[in-house]
Design a protein. Structure first.
Length: 163
């Protein structure tokens, strides 16, 4: 079993290569730019601060007011290890999350969406993959691809919740 010191030695070795810092900075710069892009195009949405994370996931909330009034939020999530963008419908707390998971477990949510389970460490109600292997070299096309996915997800979430 490796010790924390072993992990830190490997971490330092990897940092000396320089790739991790450049990649992480590029991802965070993209996420901040995406947030600004969406805020500019959808000024009536509520936007939270960017959560940088622990190199596992980074995200920000970007929620239309009608969903926010239901104590729901839309999270734009980048999963670092998978190099994947997802969009999640979440609740403002565990009670709200459990309520909507129970509600949506009784309807067909569609095959693009994953219904979460109520359990520790799970922060979503439903999830959808936006971009499987993003091309960060074409920032504008990637932002537009994510934007279209978010809008489709929000529309679908609204239709599921209106039944």
């Amino acid at each position: 079993m490796e010790s924390l010191n072993d992990h830190i030695l490997e971490y330092v070795h990897q940092l000396k290569q320089g790739h991790i810092q450049k990649a992480y900075k590029g991802i965070m710069t993209f996420m901040a730019g995406l947030k600004l892009y969406l805020e500019k195009n959808y000024p009536d949405y509520f936007s939270s601060a960017l959560y940088f994370g622990y190199m596992d996931m980074s995200y920000f909330a970007f929620t239309p007011m009608d969903l926010k009034q239901k104590k729901l939020k839309i999270a734009i999530v980048y999963l670092h290890e998978q190099s994947r963008f997802e969009v999640w419908l979440g609740g403002s707390n565990r009670k709200v999350q459990a309520k909507y998971i129970e509600l949506l477990s009784r309807v067909n949510i569609g095959n693009k969406f994953r219904l979460s389970q109520v359990q520790p460490g799970i922060d979503s109600i439903i999830e959808m993959t936006l971009v499987q292997q993003p091309d960060f070299d074409d920032r504008q096309a990637l932002m537009e691809q994510i934007e279209l996915g978010i809008i489709a997800f929000v529309s679908h979430a609204r239709s599921l919740l209106s039944d």
